[in-house]
Design a protein around this ligand. Sequence first.
Ligand SMILES: [Ca+2]
Length: 241
Amino acid sequence: MKRRVIQSLAGLILWSRAGRFAFVFVALLLPIFPLAAHATTVLEANGFRFSDEQGGFILRSVSGAGSKNDPFIIHQDYYGPGPAVLTIAPGAQSDPSFLYVAMICVIRNMGPRPWIGFDFELQENYLSPSDYWDGLSFDQIGANREGVFISDRFALGDRITEPFDRVRFHQGGVNQGVDAQFQFFITDPTPPDTFYLLQEPVLLLVRNDVEKDGQGTGMQEARTQLALKPLRPVTSGFSVR
Ligand SMILES: [Ca+2]
């Protein structure tokens, strides 16, 4: 009897350890499952088709008409760690002589790290940066206007051009599970059938002062949450002057 009790206790301890290991293992995999099980989502608004077919994120909803007064509002869940490429097809209803899109991306940080910046890059050909001559840009024609790049989580949005069309939002941050809103225009005097919007967060890094071989290990990704407050609501209005 005593031996049986000891065997039962030993089994319980082993089961508990295995159970804990399985729990941790499943917890680590959880951020991957939504994407692994997720089929491509294609959503339409005002004749435009938006798709998450390139992966890295889940397209939740699209509304609006793409105009200054009624911008496309595109809700997404970003899982990372790589860039998320939104596929956009203007469709037959858009003006074939000039593409003009006002857009607000609302992106939830579902990844494992806080963000301290966020980049958007336009591509007429998938994974090939848009150059000066292809016409596609973040409204480079109206580049001198103020208030074009606005976010509720980042104080600044800077245009980075040549050899690509990129916007970098910085001076702020986004914790895990939190939405960030980004506002910008996309224009092209020679509209393509399809173009791509690469979206890529800048992850929070901290200095690791643990010495290794006397050299230190440099920078590493931080898991801590940032003490942040939203700067301003974006979806309450498209504040281009
Ligand atoms: Ca370009």
